[in-house]
Design a protein around this ligand. Structure first.
Ligand SMILES: Cc1ncc(COP(=O)(O)O)c(C=O)c1O
Length: 369
Protein backbone atom coordinates (compact mmCIF):
# COMPACT_ATOMS: atom_id res chain seq x y z
CA UNK A 1 0.00 0.00 0.00
CA UNK A 2 1.26 3.45 -0.88
CA UNK A 3 2.08 5.42 2.30
CA UNK A 4 2.55 8.91 0.92
CA UNK A 5 1.36 11.04 -1.98
CA UNK A 6 3.56 10.56 -5.04
CA UNK A 7 5.23 13.51 -6.68
CA UNK A 8 4.92 14.25 -10.37
CA UNK A 9 7.67 12.25 -12.05
CA UNK A 10 9.51 15.29 -13.47
CA UNK A 11 10.38 16.45 -9.94
CA UNK A 12 12.84 13.57 -9.59
CA UNK A 13 15.23 15.21 -12.06
CA UNK A 14 14.22 18.85 -11.73
CA UNK A 15 17.31 21.11 -11.46
CA UNK A 16 17.30 23.28 -8.35
CA UNK A 17 17.91 27.03 -8.61
CA UNK A 18 20.76 28.06 -6.31
CA UNK A 19 20.33 31.76 -5.48
CA UNK A 20 22.99 34.20 -4.29
CA UNK A 21 23.35 33.91 -0.52
CA UNK A 22 21.59 36.55 1.63
CA UNK A 23 23.74 38.97 3.66
CA UNK A 24 22.07 38.11 7.00
CA UNK A 25 22.68 34.40 6.55
CA UNK A 26 26.35 34.79 5.65
CA UNK A 27 26.90 37.25 8.49
CA UNK A 28 25.34 34.82 10.97
CA UNK A 29 27.35 31.90 9.67
CA UNK A 30 30.71 33.67 9.83
CA UNK A 31 30.12 35.88 12.89
CA UNK A 32 30.28 39.08 10.82
CA UNK A 33 28.47 42.39 11.26
CA UNK A 34 25.83 42.39 8.46
CA UNK A 35 26.53 46.10 7.89
CA UNK A 36 30.05 45.21 6.74
CA UNK A 37 29.06 42.39 4.38
CA UNK A 38 28.69 43.19 0.69
CA UNK A 39 26.70 41.12 -1.77
CA UNK A 40 27.90 40.98 -5.35
CA UNK A 41 26.13 37.72 -6.07
CA UNK A 42 22.78 38.51 -7.66
CA UNK A 43 23.27 41.38 -10.11
CA UNK A 44 21.27 43.79 -7.98
CA UNK A 45 21.53 47.58 -8.16
CA UNK A 46 24.30 48.67 -5.74
CA UNK A 47 22.81 52.19 -5.54
CA UNK A 48 19.57 50.81 -4.11
CA UNK A 49 16.06 51.64 -5.26
CA UNK A 50 14.99 55.03 -6.61
CA UNK A 51 14.17 57.34 -3.65
CA UNK A 52 11.02 58.34 -5.52
CA UNK A 53 9.99 54.68 -5.72
CA UNK A 54 10.61 54.26 -2.00
CA UNK A 55 8.40 57.26 -1.22
CA UNK A 56 5.61 55.96 -3.48
CA UNK A 57 5.77 52.54 -1.84
CA UNK A 58 5.62 54.08 1.63
CA UNK A 59 2.47 55.96 0.62
CA UNK A 60 0.92 52.75 -0.66
CA UNK A 61 1.53 50.90 2.63
CA UNK A 62 -1.54 52.53 4.21
CA UNK A 63 -3.73 50.73 1.65
CA UNK A 64 -2.37 47.20 1.83
CA UNK A 65 -5.57 45.95 3.47
CA UNK A 66 -7.07 46.18 -0.03
CA UNK A 67 -6.35 43.73 -2.81
CA UNK A 68 -4.22 45.19 -5.57
CA UNK A 69 -5.61 46.06 -8.98
CA UNK A 70 -5.31 42.60 -10.49
CA UNK A 71 -5.06 44.02 -13.98
CA UNK A 72 -2.41 46.58 -12.92
CA UNK A 73 -4.17 49.08 -15.16
CA UNK A 74 -1.90 52.08 -14.56
CA UNK A 75 1.36 50.18 -14.75
CA UNK A 76 0.41 48.46 -18.00
CA UNK A 77 -0.75 51.79 -19.43
CA UNK A 78 2.53 53.43 -18.45
CA UNK A 79 4.70 50.64 -19.85
CA UNK A 80 2.68 50.52 -23.05
CA UNK A 81 2.98 54.29 -23.54
CA UNK A 82 6.72 54.16 -22.94
CA UNK A 83 7.24 51.50 -25.58
CA UNK A 84 4.69 52.66 -28.14
CA UNK A 85 2.54 49.60 -27.46
CA UNK A 86 -0.95 48.99 -26.08
CA UNK A 87 -1.66 47.47 -22.63
CA UNK A 88 -2.72 44.27 -24.37
CA UNK A 89 0.92 43.81 -25.38
CA UNK A 90 2.05 43.59 -21.73
CA UNK A 91 2.11 40.65 -19.31
CA UNK A 92 3.25 41.34 -15.74
CA UNK A 93 4.93 38.73 -13.60
CA UNK A 94 6.06 38.32 -10.01
CA UNK A 95 9.60 38.82 -11.24
CA UNK A 96 10.38 38.01 -14.85
CA UNK A 97 10.92 34.48 -13.54
CA UNK A 98 7.16 34.21 -13.25
CA UNK A 99 6.77 35.34 -16.85
CA UNK A 100 9.16 32.53 -17.85
CA UNK A 101 7.09 30.08 -15.83
CA UNK A 102 3.85 31.30 -17.43
CA UNK A 103 5.44 30.60 -20.81
CA UNK A 104 5.97 27.04 -19.58
CA UNK A 105 2.34 26.75 -18.44
CA UNK A 106 1.07 28.00 -21.77
CA UNK A 107 3.38 26.30 -24.25
CA UNK A 108 5.25 23.36 -22.71
CA UNK A 109 4.42 19.80 -21.82
CA UNK A 110 5.60 16.24 -22.42
CA UNK A 111 6.57 15.72 -26.06
CA UNK A 112 7.57 19.36 -26.58
CA UNK A 113 11.10 20.74 -26.84
CA UNK A 114 12.93 23.88 -25.76
CA UNK A 115 16.11 25.16 -27.40
CA UNK A 116 18.71 27.03 -25.33
CA UNK A 117 22.39 27.84 -25.59
CA UNK A 118 24.96 26.26 -23.28
CA UNK A 119 25.59 28.48 -20.20
CA UNK A 120 22.08 29.90 -20.40
CA UNK A 121 20.19 31.43 -17.45
CA UNK A 122 19.41 28.65 -14.94
CA UNK A 123 15.66 29.18 -14.95
CA UNK A 124 15.21 28.04 -18.58
CA UNK A 125 16.18 24.41 -17.86
CA UNK A 126 14.12 24.50 -14.67
CA UNK A 127 10.95 25.69 -16.43
CA UNK A 128 11.53 23.15 -19.20
CA UNK A 129 11.85 20.26 -16.76
CA UNK A 130 8.97 21.49 -14.59
CA UNK A 131 6.56 21.05 -17.46
CA UNK A 132 8.03 17.75 -18.63
CA UNK A 133 9.47 19.18 -21.87
CA UNK A 134 12.81 18.18 -23.38
CA UNK A 135 15.75 20.59 -23.16
CA UNK A 136 17.93 20.86 -26.25
CA UNK A 137 21.18 22.61 -25.33
CA UNK A 138 23.29 23.92 -28.19
CA UNK A 139 27.03 24.15 -27.43
CA UNK A 140 28.22 27.75 -27.14
CA UNK A 141 31.26 29.14 -28.93
CA UNK A 142 34.56 29.04 -27.02
CA UNK A 143 34.01 32.70 -26.04
CA UNK A 144 30.66 31.57 -24.47
CA UNK A 145 28.65 33.32 -27.20
CA UNK A 146 25.48 31.61 -28.44
CA UNK A 147 25.75 29.72 -31.75
CA UNK A 148 22.68 31.18 -33.42
CA UNK A 149 22.89 29.04 -36.55
CA UNK A 150 23.26 25.99 -34.32
CA UNK A 151 20.23 27.00 -32.27
CA UNK A 152 18.13 27.43 -35.41
CA UNK A 153 19.34 24.06 -36.66
CA UNK A 154 18.29 22.44 -33.37
CA UNK A 155 14.64 23.40 -33.91
CA UNK A 156 12.36 20.47 -34.73
CA UNK A 157 8.58 20.23 -35.27
CA UNK A 158 8.33 19.53 -31.51
CA UNK A 159 10.10 22.76 -30.52
CA UNK A 160 7.78 25.23 -28.81
CA UNK A 161 10.14 27.77 -27.25
CA UNK A 162 13.64 29.13 -27.85
CA UNK A 163 15.03 31.05 -24.87
CA UNK A 164 17.90 33.48 -25.36
CA UNK A 165 19.08 36.12 -22.90
CA UNK A 166 20.77 39.14 -24.41
CA UNK A 167 23.01 40.14 -22.67
CA UNK A 168 23.34 36.66 -21.23
CA UNK A 169 23.52 35.71 -17.59
CA UNK A 170 25.89 34.29 -16.27
CA UNK A 171 28.39 35.06 -19.05
CA UNK A 172 27.61 38.73 -19.74
CA UNK A 173 28.17 38.44 -23.47
CA UNK A 174 26.09 40.07 -26.14
CA UNK A 175 24.50 38.57 -29.24
CA UNK A 176 25.56 40.65 -32.24
CA UNK A 177 23.08 42.73 -34.21
CA UNK A 178 23.63 40.44 -37.21
CA UNK A 179 22.95 37.32 -35.16
CA UNK A 180 19.74 38.81 -33.74
CA UNK A 181 18.59 39.58 -37.29
CA UNK A 182 19.47 36.04 -38.35
CA UNK A 183 17.51 34.64 -35.42
CA UNK A 184 14.44 36.81 -36.03
CA UNK A 185 14.45 35.88 -39.71
CA UNK A 186 15.15 32.19 -39.16
CA UNK A 187 12.92 31.14 -36.29
CA UNK A 188 9.90 29.28 -37.67
CA UNK A 189 6.36 30.40 -36.88
CA UNK A 190 5.59 27.44 -34.59
CA UNK A 191 8.35 28.42 -32.14
CA UNK A 192 7.96 31.21 -29.56
CA UNK A 193 11.23 33.16 -29.58
CA UNK A 194 11.76 34.48 -26.05
CA UNK A 195 14.38 37.22 -25.98
CA UNK A 196 15.18 37.80 -22.33
CA UNK A 197 16.26 41.42 -22.02
CA UNK A 198 16.79 41.52 -18.24
CA UNK A 199 19.99 43.56 -18.72
CA UNK A 200 19.03 45.53 -21.83
CA UNK A 201 18.91 48.89 -20.04
CA UNK A 202 22.65 48.66 -19.38
CA UNK A 203 23.39 48.75 -23.11
CA UNK A 204 24.20 52.02 -24.85
CA UNK A 205 22.83 50.93 -28.21
CA UNK A 206 20.54 47.90 -27.82
CA UNK A 207 18.86 46.15 -30.73
CA UNK A 208 15.27 47.40 -30.69
CA UNK A 209 12.81 44.59 -31.41
CA UNK A 210 9.74 46.58 -30.36
CA UNK A 211 8.85 47.61 -33.95
CA UNK A 212 8.23 43.93 -34.69
CA UNK A 213 5.61 43.87 -31.95
CA UNK A 214 4.03 47.22 -32.87
CA UNK A 215 3.54 46.10 -36.45
CA UNK A 216 2.58 42.58 -35.35
CA UNK A 217 4.83 41.15 -38.05
CA UNK A 218 6.26 38.72 -35.51
CA UNK A 219 3.47 37.01 -33.57
CA UNK A 220 5.96 34.46 -32.22
CA UNK A 221 8.27 36.97 -30.51
CA UNK A 222 8.25 37.67 -26.79
CA UNK A 223 10.50 40.20 -25.06
CA UNK A 224 11.02 39.75 -21.32
CA UNK A 225 12.27 42.48 -19.00
CA UNK A 226 12.52 43.16 -15.29
CA UNK A 227 12.51 45.83 -12.58
CA UNK A 228 15.08 43.78 -10.62
CA UNK A 229 18.25 45.02 -12.28
CA UNK A 230 18.68 48.61 -13.48
CA UNK A 231 15.60 49.75 -11.51
CA UNK A 232 16.90 48.31 -8.25
CA UNK A 233 13.61 46.68 -7.22
CA UNK A 234 14.61 42.99 -7.04
CA UNK A 235 12.94 42.52 -3.65
CA UNK A 236 9.58 43.68 -5.00
CA UNK A 237 9.47 40.89 -7.60
CA UNK A 238 8.27 42.51 -10.78
CA UNK A 239 8.98 41.69 -14.39
CA UNK A 240 7.10 41.83 -17.66
CA UNK A 241 6.78 40.24 -21.04
CA UNK A 242 5.81 41.95 -24.28
CA UNK A 243 4.27 40.20 -27.27
CA UNK A 244 1.33 40.56 -29.64
CA UNK A 245 -2.05 40.68 -27.82
CA UNK A 246 -3.06 37.17 -28.91
CA UNK A 247 -0.03 35.65 -27.21
CA UNK A 248 -0.44 37.84 -24.13
CA UNK A 249 -4.10 36.93 -23.68
CA UNK A 250 -3.21 33.23 -23.87
CA UNK A 251 -0.52 33.68 -21.25
CA UNK A 252 -2.84 35.77 -19.05
CA UNK A 253 -4.99 32.66 -18.53
CA UNK A 254 -2.11 31.11 -16.59
CA UNK A 255 -1.61 34.14 -14.33
CA UNK A 256 -2.72 34.23 -10.70
CA UNK A 257 -5.37 36.93 -10.18
CA UNK A 258 -3.31 39.23 -7.92
CA UNK A 259 0.26 38.32 -8.86
CA UNK A 260 1.54 41.91 -8.72
CA UNK A 261 1.07 43.42 -5.28
CA UNK A 262 0.00 47.02 -4.79
CA UNK A 263 3.33 48.15 -3.32
CA UNK A 264 5.16 46.77 -6.34
CA UNK A 265 2.79 48.54 -8.72
CA UNK A 266 3.31 51.87 -6.92
CA UNK A 267 7.09 51.43 -6.73
CA UNK A 268 7.42 50.52 -10.39
CA UNK A 269 5.31 53.46 -11.56
CA UNK A 270 7.51 55.87 -9.63
CA UNK A 271 10.76 54.16 -10.66
CA UNK A 272 9.83 54.54 -14.33
CA UNK A 273 9.72 58.31 -13.82
CA UNK A 274 13.08 58.57 -12.07
CA UNK A 275 15.38 58.91 -15.05
CA UNK A 276 18.09 60.53 -12.90
CA UNK A 277 18.41 57.37 -10.79
CA UNK A 278 18.45 55.25 -13.92
CA UNK A 279 21.23 57.31 -15.46
CA UNK A 280 23.27 57.26 -12.23
CA UNK A 281 22.93 53.48 -12.16
CA UNK A 282 24.02 53.13 -15.76
CA UNK A 283 27.05 55.36 -15.22
CA UNK A 284 28.07 53.48 -12.07
CA UNK A 285 27.80 50.27 -14.07
CA UNK A 286 29.89 51.53 -16.99
CA UNK A 287 32.59 52.64 -14.53
CA UNK A 288 32.40 49.36 -12.61
CA UNK A 289 32.67 47.20 -15.73
CA UNK A 290 35.66 49.24 -16.95
CA UNK A 291 37.27 48.85 -13.50
CA UNK A 292 36.88 45.07 -13.40
CA UNK A 293 37.81 44.52 -17.04
CA UNK A 294 41.03 46.52 -16.58
CA UNK A 295 41.82 44.86 -13.25
CA UNK A 296 41.34 41.31 -14.56
CA UNK A 297 43.37 42.13 -17.64
CA UNK A 298 46.14 43.45 -15.37
CA UNK A 299 46.00 40.31 -13.24
CA UNK A 300 46.17 38.13 -16.34
CA UNK A 301 42.88 36.45 -15.47
CA UNK A 302 40.56 35.20 -18.21
CA UNK A 303 37.24 37.02 -18.17
CA UNK A 304 34.29 37.52 -20.48
CA UNK A 305 33.87 41.12 -21.60
CA UNK A 306 30.54 41.99 -20.05
CA UNK A 307 27.61 43.98 -21.40
CA UNK A 308 25.51 43.46 -18.27
CA UNK A 309 26.08 44.43 -14.61
CA UNK A 310 28.42 41.61 -13.62
CA UNK A 311 31.62 40.00 -14.85
CA UNK A 312 32.44 36.32 -15.22
CA UNK A 313 36.08 35.72 -14.30
CA UNK A 314 38.22 32.59 -14.19
CA UNK A 315 39.78 32.27 -10.76
CA UNK A 316 40.90 28.62 -10.75
CA UNK A 317 39.23 27.00 -7.75
CA UNK A 318 35.91 28.85 -7.97
CA UNK A 319 34.39 27.21 -4.90
CA UNK A 320 37.54 27.84 -2.84
CA UNK A 321 37.80 31.51 -3.84
CA UNK A 322 34.07 31.98 -3.22
CA UNK A 323 34.44 30.49 0.29
CA UNK A 324 37.44 32.72 1.09
CA UNK A 325 35.61 35.85 -0.05
CA UNK A 326 32.51 34.87 1.88
CA UNK A 327 34.45 34.31 5.10
CA UNK A 328 35.75 37.85 4.74
CA UNK A 329 32.37 39.41 4.07
CA UNK A 330 32.10 39.50 0.28
CA UNK A 331 29.39 37.32 -1.25
CA UNK A 332 30.11 36.53 -4.92
CA UNK A 333 28.50 33.81 -7.02
CA UNK A 334 30.21 30.46 -7.54
CA UNK A 335 29.50 28.98 -10.96
CA UNK A 336 29.61 25.25 -10.28
CA UNK A 337 25.88 24.94 -10.87
CA UNK A 338 26.45 26.36 -14.37
CA UNK A 339 29.21 23.84 -15.09
CA UNK A 340 31.83 26.60 -14.75
CA UNK A 341 33.60 25.50 -11.57
CA UNK A 342 36.76 27.52 -12.28
CA UNK A 343 34.82 30.73 -12.68
CA UNK A 344 33.21 33.27 -10.39
CA UNK A 345 30.54 35.82 -11.25
CA UNK A 346 30.93 39.21 -9.60
CA UNK A 347 28.21 41.85 -9.80
CA UNK A 348 29.23 45.47 -10.20
CA UNK A 349 29.02 47.31 -6.89
CA UNK A 350 29.71 50.86 -5.80
CA UNK A 351 33.31 52.03 -6.46
CA UNK A 352 34.23 51.27 -2.84
CA UNK A 353 32.65 47.81 -3.03
CA UNK A 354 34.43 47.05 -6.30
CA UNK A 355 37.74 48.06 -4.78
CA UNK A 356 37.22 45.94 -1.66
CA UNK A 357 36.06 43.01 -3.74
CA UNK A 358 39.13 43.19 -5.98
CA UNK A 359 41.62 43.46 -3.09
CA UNK A 360 40.04 40.46 -1.41
CA UNK A 361 39.93 38.54 -4.67
CA UNK A 362 43.69 38.99 -5.06
CA UNK A 363 44.19 37.66 -1.52
CA UNK A 364 41.78 34.80 -2.14
CA UNK A 365 43.46 33.65 -5.33
CA UNK A 366 46.86 33.72 -3.62
CA UNK A 367 45.51 31.88 -0.57
CA UNK A 368 43.57 29.21 -2.43
CA UNK A 369 46.17 28.44 -5.09
C1 LIG B 1 18.65 36.65 -17.79
C2 LIG B 1 17.73 36.77 -16.62
N1 LIG B 1 16.43 36.63 -16.81
C3 LIG B 1 15.55 36.71 -15.80
C4 LIG B 1 15.99 36.94 -14.52
C5 LIG B 1 14.98 36.95 -13.42
O1 LIG B 1 14.83 38.19 -12.83
P1 LIG B 1 13.57 38.55 -11.96
O2 LIG B 1 12.76 37.32 -11.73
O3 LIG B 1 14.14 39.10 -10.71
O4 LIG B 1 12.82 39.57 -12.76
C6 LIG B 1 17.35 37.10 -14.25
C7 LIG B 1 17.83 37.30 -12.88
O5 LIG B 1 18.94 37.19 -12.55
C8 LIG B 1 18.24 36.99 -15.35
O6 LIG B 1 19.56 37.10 -15.16
Amino acid sequence: MQREPSFNSQLATLPVYVPGRPIEEVAREHGLDPATVIKVASNENPLGPSPQAVAAMQRMLASVHLYPDGSAFHLKERLAARFGLVPGNILLGNGSNEVLEMIGHAFLGPGTEVVVSQHCFAVYPIVTALFGAKLVTVPAWPDFGADIEGMLAAITPATRVLFLANPNNPTGNLVSREDISRLLAGVPAHVLLVLDEAYLEFLDDPVDCLPLLRSEVMPNLMLVRTFSKVYGLAGLRLGYGMAVPRVISGLEKTRQPFNINSVAQAGALAALEDSAHLEKTRQNNRDGLAFFHAAFHGMDLSYVKSYANFVLVRVGDGAGVFAYLQKHGVIARPMGSYGLGEWLRISVGTPAENQRCLELLKQAIAAVR
